[in-house]
Design a protein around this ligand. Structure first.
Ligand SMILES: Cc1cc2nc3c(=O)[nH]c(=O)nc-3n(C[C@H](O)[C@H](O)[C@H](O)COP(=O)(O)O)c2cc1C
Length: 373
């Protein structure tokens, strides 16, 4: 890649961080987690101390079902955020992903901003990150192994961000089906799990069925209701007078709300491993996502915002989230995460309508989410 292109990639990442933090691009739509109620149990039969939040992340033990999903890396400044978040993730025993590592391939001097994550989180499960268009456009085993090795990753997230790319002047919208076969071949040579990850528009049952038919069963739904990449590109476009900005406004509520996406994903592939993310903002959201069918909940923007304030703020935020998960577990009578997955829930409002119009009946889905498929 020529120097100008590398600079462009770096500037774009810095601008993305700036716009997401300062640009009012979050919570413009609903996650539909608002329509889920964990039924209160006045006599839970356990004490708060007995509630066990330990969870599994693709075979790894974690202290709580909380993941920081991929965001940054690429420059020394962004490396600092990565390092801060990683050290808290290690201390609390959680999971962390890094932002797109395309920059590592294009510009080796950016490696340090990712390597710091493994240094600061030596025992945590870490997730490497690359875009599906990069695989379409020629990344092979050499590139993917490099991306994984930089953080000694335990899994690789391949992100899908068609709704973002389509509004970028420089966007890459290579999503032809052949790439799934290529990715499958690569993954069988790599020896670590692949997670197919959206970036704020959610996964549908049709998409998940397609992925499952190629042998992919790990998903990060990253649904609608949190950071909107369409809104981010609208702002970037307005700054540059990009004619696509107006169309980005039209599509500002495009996507599948997170709660609906968790349900669609589990419905399509009941045995799948699911990260419930996109607009998840507290421990109650995480508990609801898990009761709906996710295995772990994920945050992006709130953790980045806390990291701007420093390590203490990240630790405080994630510790509070852990406490909130525990409280929701206690009051729903869930001794551990597997009981939370089976806790009684009520689904009302738009989510109920969504399920109905997608042909998903509550009583059948209730069996699916509880593992009785
Ligand atoms: C500043 C920023 C940068 C991001 N960069 C990436 C990325 O490089 N790769 C990726 O898979 N997702 C990326 N994401 C998407 C998040 O992982 C997440 O899916 C999305 O923001 C929704 O979660 P949220 O509502 O909690 O922010 C980024 C998010 C933010 C806020």
């Amino acid at each position: 890649m020529v120097e100008n292109d590398v600079r462009h990639l770096i500037n774009r990442k810095l601008e993305h961080v700036e716009v997401t933090v300062f640009g009012d691009v979050s919570r413009k739509t609903y996650t539909m987690l608002e329509d889920v109620t964990l039924v209160h149990q006045a006599f839970p039969g356990i004490s708060l101390e007995e509630v066990n939040t330990k969870a599994k992340f693709l075979g790894f033990d974690v202290n709580a079902p909380i993941m920081v999903t991929g965001m940054t890396g690429g420059t020394p400044e962004l490396g600092k955020f990565n390092g801060t978040i990683a050290s808290v993730v290690e201390e609390l025993g959680l999971v962390m992903g890094v932002g797109s590592e395309r920059i590592v391939i294009e510009n080796p001097s950016s490696e340090e901003s990712f390597r710091i994550v493994r240094r600061n989180a030596p025992t945590s499960p870490l997730v490497a990150n690359v875009g599906m268009p990069q695989i379409s456009r020629g990344y092979g085993l050499r590139e993917l192994e490099k991306i994984v090795s930089v953080i000694e990753a335990n899994a690789l997230a391949v992100h899908l961000n068609v709704a973002q790319e389509v509004f970028q002047p420089e966007g890459e919208t290579d999503y032809q089906e052949e790439v799934l076969g290529k990715l499958k071949d690569l993954s069988s040579q790599m020896g670590i799990p692949i997670i197919l990850k959206e970036t704020g528009c959610g996964l549908s049952m049709e998409t998940v069925r397609k992925f499952s038919s190629y042998g992919f069963h790990n998903f990060d739904v990253s649904g609608q209701g949190g950071t909107s990449w369409i809104a981010v590109e609208k702002i970037r476009g307005e700054r540059r007078g990009n004619w696509k900005s107006k169309s980005a406004s039209l599509f500002s509520s495009w996507g599948i709300p997170t709660a609906a996406s968790v349900i669609e994903t589990k419905w399509a592939d009941p045995a799948s491993f699911v990260v419930g993310s996109g607009g998840v903002r507290n421990g109650l959201d995480i508990a609801k996502a898990i009761a709906l069918g996710a295995d772990i909940g994920g945050f992006a923007l709130p953790v980045l915002e806390a990291s701007l304030e420093g390590r203490d703020a990240v630790k405080q935020f994630l510790s509070e989230v852990e406490f909130q998960v525990k409280v929701a577990m206690l009051m729903s009578g869930s001794r551990d995460v597997s009981s939370l997955k089976k806790a009684p829930i009520v689904i009302l409002g738009s989510l109920k309508d969504w399920m109905e119009s997608r042909g998903i009946t509550f009583s059948t889905y209730d069996k699916v989410r509880k593992g009785g498929y």
